[in-house]
Design a protein around this ligand. Structure first.
Ligand code: ADP
Length: 619
């Protein structure tokens, strides 16, 4: 997958392809803007057109004014009886016309900026919603793919500015192109050759600008892993949940140095490109300016020779000045477009990630009441060579409890991820009530399972909502919160919090209160009890942070609650494990022993050894 973006920056790409790469995403940005608001997009287009054409009209009216003034001066000298105002009257009409044109240009420009700010807000919201909706459909494996995660973070960072920036620049380019074309219409009357010289003079600088923009585009994509590391370091150095360790271990200087080093290499690359780009831009730009002033001189000579009127000369003068300005504005637009393109390419790559279709339809199994079966299940994580689970067979019936025991990394959590269909097995199958997990409708399946992972989420939300997340249908149901908290033995300390169930938890928001590890675990347990309809309960080391007494209470309560359900428990404490109907001892992804506590002790294997070890610790 990494080959997808490992394109090194090339400095010898064809200028033409470089030129078009700048526009690669303009169409898509336009579609995005169009679908956000048709009215505003049309308004933007209209204002662009008006602001593009009117400058040439103003120049043309300028010519009419000067020529009319010259004519009026002559007639005033010939006919002294008429007042100056009378003679000047036709000219004043042109002056009024030019004022009107200039007012229209101002109006169009105001219209552009107003519509742009409105669109920016709408578009930012729309793109963010698109990104987050997509995130909801990605699989866990996709989230764990560092490149995809990278795309997601980058897409989110500039969602509100980039798409519109690209549209604005495309439109500004268009507006300036229209201006240049309309100036061309005026100029061609002077001499088609002059026009040709100007066009040819401007082409090289356009081509170089586009080429270097293409290079910058490739450079940015290629070095995204370094940028990602920088972002990560920023996060570690400046976040509440990491700062504790960073301080105590004195990591800040170390990480900051790494941060600086990355910047230094990136900066060196940037500097090289910037210098090359601007040197070429300047040299080739001189060519354009030379052509311009050549044509300018030609106009002056023709006027002195009497071929052009004074008014025509004024017009061409204006056309040259404004043409130069339009040209440099176009160049600026092009050179800024690569960054916007970069953003959009990233956004669309992310949005077009294939997501697994939920093909399953089952709401009941073929053998209701059969429970969970693993048949020769094996699993390897995407991109890993070694299987993490191998040859797993197990059967758990309703009303039974299963405990998983084994050292860290033996595959216990992975087994739970397979059961909850966060991943699909690489070999073998997993059945629920006689039907393959993949045939079940995902929503039905998830509703039947209540899981508390070791790394459950500590939501920066009020206590009640921290419980409510366990059952979205009862998210706001206070009575259900309280019942769940009672089952999870959390009601005691919740009552002691200032705002009871409405106390804000965590430190991110004002008035938030932090809980101890054990208290958070009770919140998580209560969350599991919120899942009334779940008949499969999975607890992955749910009491590791609790004291012994609290833990004993929690399990007494749990056994009571889970009487007719299937329960799976992962724990390192044999005091809790021993009560399970079935105990599976795992090592290196395989089940190495199975049975109940007495069987396993009698077997005198690994379980018995570990049990005695722990028991000895308590004696
Ligand atoms: P346990 O829960 O028994 O401590 P896990 O199931 O979490 O073990 O992990 C089993 C093995 O799988 C470990 O070697 C771990 O490094 C690996 N592993 C866990 N999660 C991932 C993942 N998302 N991608 C790749 N390997 C993983």
């Amino acid at each position: 997958m990494s080959s997808r973006r490992a394109v090194p920056p090339s400095s010898n790409g064809a200028p033409l392809s470089g030129f078009f790469s700048v526009f690669r995403y303009s169409r898509r940005a336009l579609e995005l803007v169009w679908s956000t608001s048709r009215g505003l997009t049309l308004g933007l287009a209209l204002c662009t057109l008006v602001a593009g054409i009117l400058p040439a009209v103003a120049a043309w009216v300028g010519q009419l004014i000067v020529d009319a003034v010259v004519a009026a001066m002559e007639s005033h000298q010939n006919d002294e009886t008429a007042s100056a105002l009378e003679t000047a009257w036709p000219v004043l009409r042109y002056v009024a016309l030019e004022a009107l044109v200039i007012a229209c240009i101002a109006l169009a420009q105001r219209g552009l900026s107003a519509q742009q700010s409105l669109l920016r807000a709408l578009l930012g919201q729309k793109v963010n919603v698109m990104i987050l909706e997509k995130a909801g459909h990605l699989s866990l494996a996709q989230f764990e793919d560092s490149e995809l995660y990278d795309q997601l973070t980058r897409a989110r960072r500039e969602a509100s500015s980039r798409p519109l920036a690209l549209v604005n620049k495309t439109f500004s380019l268009l507006q300036n192109a229209i201006s240049l074309a309309s100036f061309g219409v005026l100029l061609v009357q002077f001499s088609p050759w002059a026009l040709l010289i100007l066009v040819i003079g401007a082409l090289p600088v356009f081509a170089s600008e586009a080429k270097f923009s293409g290079d910058a585009f490739r450079l940015f994509r290629w070095r995204s892993p370094q940028t990602r590391m920088q972002i990560y370091l920023e996060t570690v150095l400046a976040r509440e949940d990491t700062i504790k360790e960073v301080k105590l271990f004195g990591l800040a200087p170390l990480f900051l140095q790494r941060y600086r080093d990355i910047f230094r290499t990136l900066y060196a690359e940037d500097r090289g490109l910037t210098i090359r780009r601007d040197t070429w831009g300047f040299l080739l730009g001189l060519l354009g300016t030379l052509a311009f002033y050549g044509a300018y001189a030609w106009v002056v000579v023709e006027t002195v020779a009497g071929t052009l009127t004074l008014g025509e000369m004024t017009m061409y003068l204006m056309v040259f000045k404004q043409g130069q300005a339009a040209l440099s504005a176009s160049l600026t637009a092009i050179s800024g477009m690569y960054e916007d393109n970069l953003y959009l390419s990233n956004l669309y790559e992310y949005l077009e990630q294939p997501t697994e279709a939920d093909s399953g339809q089952r709401r009941t199994g073929e053998l209701p009441g059969d429970g969970i079966r693993f048949e020769h299940v094996a699993f390897r994580y995407p991109g890993m060579d070694e299987p993490v689970l191998q040859d797993i067979d197990l059967h758990l019936r309703p009303g039974e409890s299963l405990a998983l025991v084994g050292e860290n990394g033996s595959g216990k959590t992975t087994l739970i991820k397979l059961l909850t269909r966060l991943y699909a097995p690489s070999e073998g199958r997993i059945l629920l009530d006689g039907s393959d997990l993949s045939d079940w409708e995902l929503a039905t399946l998830r509703r039947r399972i209540g899981v508390i992972f070791q790394d459950f989420v500590r939501y920066q939300l009020p206590v009640g909502e921290n419980l409510g997340v366990g059952d979205v249908d009862a998210f706001h149901d206070e009575a259900r919160w309280k019942a769940a908290a009672q089952s999870g033995l959390a009601d005691g300390f919740i009552a002691g919090l200032g705002g009871g169930y409405h106390t804000q938890l965590g430190r991110w928001f004002k008035g938030g209160q932090e809980l101890s590890g054990g208290q958070w675990q009770k919140i998580a347990l209560s969350r599991a009890y919120m899942r009334e309809h779940a008949d499969i309960l999975v607890l992955d080391e749910p009491t590791a942070a609790m004291d012994a007494a609290a833990e004993a209470d929690v399990y007494a309560q749990f056994r009571e609650h889970a009487r007719d359900k299937m329960t799976i428990l992962i724990s390192h404490r044999f005091s809790t494990v021993r009560a399970a109907d079935q105990i599976l001892v795992m090592a290196h992804g395989r089940i190495v022993e199975r049975g109940n506590h007495e069987d396993l002790l009698a077997e005198n294997g690994r379980y018995a050894h570990l049990f005695r070890l722990q028991a000895a610790g308590y004696r």
